[in-house]
Design a protein around this ligand. Sequence first.
Ligand SMILES: [Zn+2]
Length: 74
Amino acid sequence: MYLIVRCPKCGGLLLANTRYKTRTCPHCGKRMKITALIPLARAYTPRDAVTIIQELKRREGGRDRNKYKRHKIN
Ligand SMILES: [Zn+2]
């Protein structure tokens, strides 16, 4: 299974295969324990995982990272 997690250092989204215990962030190079991270989403195939990451990035699109969850519909 694949987990979509957020890097605790740079805030970038990344994909983690649950077969491995650690993952290195492709954005900043930080090595992190997968078990210590809170997954944003789960996927059974890499293709699904990439789709989820793209969707999350689109939702955040250019907006302040701390505000995207409180997006108001005008
Ligand atoms: Zn990072």
